[in-house]
Design a binder for this molecule. Structure first.
Ligand code: ADP
Ligand code: MG
Ligand code: MG
Length: 471
């Protein structure tokens, strides 16, 4: 890249300006030392330069997003499919089983919510083939607590600034505006309006440790601009002060809740006690629109992703739309079952023979849970011949070309790193009863990490925020 020829002094100057611009824009994070107050904040980690990304692949990701929204929403309503897809997983994975139990209970009782709100982010990497061509392949889709829609709304300005200072004015025009915060908020507002009470609030359900609070605040601000009341609560608050009235209206701490926006609840550690699980069940039973509801949450599991990649499965959801099937399937890479039986045995053999070609994934979110290389061998050997194997799925490892960039992060030395990027595309939808009222792609996120790391997102401290420089 061009910046490779820049001298150290200039890089240092650019980095200083970039950090100040990031602070000016509100691209902030709380610090490890003081994670629950805003007395001590720093810039959220980001790249000094935007990373090149092929425009065609970028547009492909945007174009397929509304179909992914439809797919997620259809699966969430297909009880038989979810039951079948997750049957083996819930035998051994306690967390997924617990979520599944709530899903079944809601089905049995008949859900009360008529408004369905989906905010998801489909993530991709560019798989580079031997002939150096590359194609966009999905890493996963996040249906719960997909983050960085807020902060990524402000990063284009910073990168344009850096490029201009580096004398690359023309290239600065190749960075698109991006405002997922507004789009995510737009869908939340739509769901809130359909709920139909001006007094009722949008409740952000949040973790105890809130390092990434500014990402939420951008969305909260959008809601406030439109006079939509918001509250921030933890599972514990809901457990202690939450209740349903006779019409299943949810009240938390005296406030009626129209929309529950989950920014927690995706990992076992988020449910610190039985009361947290009871609080989740209460929210699911309520009239409030949940983002996501329990059914949609389950759609985001890696197991569902693997089952979708089986021949003929996408056709079930788009029987009369082969072109949609084709468009979605084009973004799939190899995904393999580890269920008990000959097919799972073949997957196991394949992974043991060439572990560096694959990623082994349990049903977890939030980064840092997947297994690579020799760890794959170790885990597969440990679960051999037991149903524990079915807690995992196997996936082809996607290998993008690396580019050079500088990762700006507090306390890190300023140096060139070989980096790879992951593109996220934000999608929103709102359905009332059977009618889809909104289905949109609302922006993107580029996260970049040093190629030394196999796994991990921004919150996990590995990847940093970036922007695609569309080529
Ligand atoms: P999580 O829900 O924890 O974010 P992901 O499936 O997104 O789980 O995996 C976490 C990270 O691991 C990704 O951000 C990516 O860096 C890496 N990763 C996951 N799957 C693959 C893959 N198939 N090929 C290459 N890297 C992958
Ligand atoms: Mg995820
Ligand atoms: Mg991920």
């Amino acid at each position: 890249m061009a910046q490779g020829i820049l001298d150290g002094d200039l890089i240092k100057q650019l980095a200083d300006v970039a950090k100040d611009e990031a602070l000016l824009q509100g691209i902030l994070m709380r610090t490890k030392e003081d994670p629950n107050s805003s007395e001590l904040v720093t810039y959220a980690p980001f790249t000094l330069f935007p990373s090149p990304f092929p425009k065609a692949a970028f547009l492909q990701g945007l174009a397929v997003q509304t179909h992914y929204n439809t797919l997620v929403d259809k699966i969430s309503q297909d009880t038989d499919f979810l039951q079948e897809a997750l049957a083996s997983t819930i035998e051994v994975d306690e967390f997924t089983a617990r979520l599944f139990k709530i899903h079944q209970q809601i089905l049995k009782e008949g859900g009360s919510q008529s408004v369905v709100l989906g905010l998801n982010r489909s993530d991709y990497m560019l798989d580079q083939k031997e002939d150096k061509t590359s194609s966009l392949k999905q890493i996963e889709i996040n249906t719960i607590a997909a983050s960085f829609g807020g902060l990524s709304s402000r990063t284009p300005h910073v990168h344009r600034c850096v490029l201009k200072l580096a004398g690359r004015l023309e290239e600065s025009r190749l960075i698109l505006d991006n405002n997922p915060a507004a789009g995510l908020a737009g869908a939340i507002i739509k769901a809130w309006e359909l709920y139909g009470s001006e007094r009722a609030a949008v409740m952000f359900l949040v973790e105890e440790v809130m390092i990434n609070i500014f990402d939420h605040r951008f969305i909260e601000n959008e809601l406030r601009k439109r006079n939509v009341p918001t509250i921030r609560k933890q599972f514990d608050d809901v457990a202690k002060t939450g209740s349903l009235d006779q019409d299943k209206r949810l009240f938390v701490d005296g406030t009626e809740v129209a929309v529950v926006y989950f920014r927690t609840g995706y990992m076992p550690q988020n449910y610190i006690s039985e009361e947290s699980w009871e609080a989740r069940l209460m929210m699911e039973r309520s009239l409030a629109a949940k983002c996501p509801d329990i059914h949609t949450h389950l759609v985001g599991t890696k197991k569902v992703q693997q089952v979708l990649a089986r021949p003929g499965v996408l056709e079930r959801f788009f029987p009369a739309q082969p072109e949609v099937v084709q468009q979605i399937r084009a973004t799939f890479t190899g995904l393999y079952t580890l269920d008990m039986g000959p097919e799972g045995d073949r997957t196991e053999q394949m992974a043991l023979a060439e572990p560096e070609r694959f990623v082994l994934k349990p049903q977890r979110e939030g980064g840092g849970n997947n297994l690579y290389g020799s760890d794959i061998i170790q885990v597969l050997n440990a679960v051999r011949g037991t149903p524990e194997r079915t807690a995992y799925i196997l996936m082809d490892k996607i290998s993008p070309a690396t580019v050079q960039n500088y990762l700006l992060r507090r306390d890190a030395v300023l140096k060139v790193s070989h980096c790879l990027s992951e593109l996220g595309v934000f999608g929103v939808y709102v359905r009332q009863g059977r009618e889809m009222l909104m289905n949109e792609c609302v922006g993107h996120l580029l996260r970049t990490k040093s190629s030394e790391h196999s796994d991990g997102g921004v919150a996990a401290g590995v990847a940093v925020l970036d922007n695609p420089l569309l080529l």
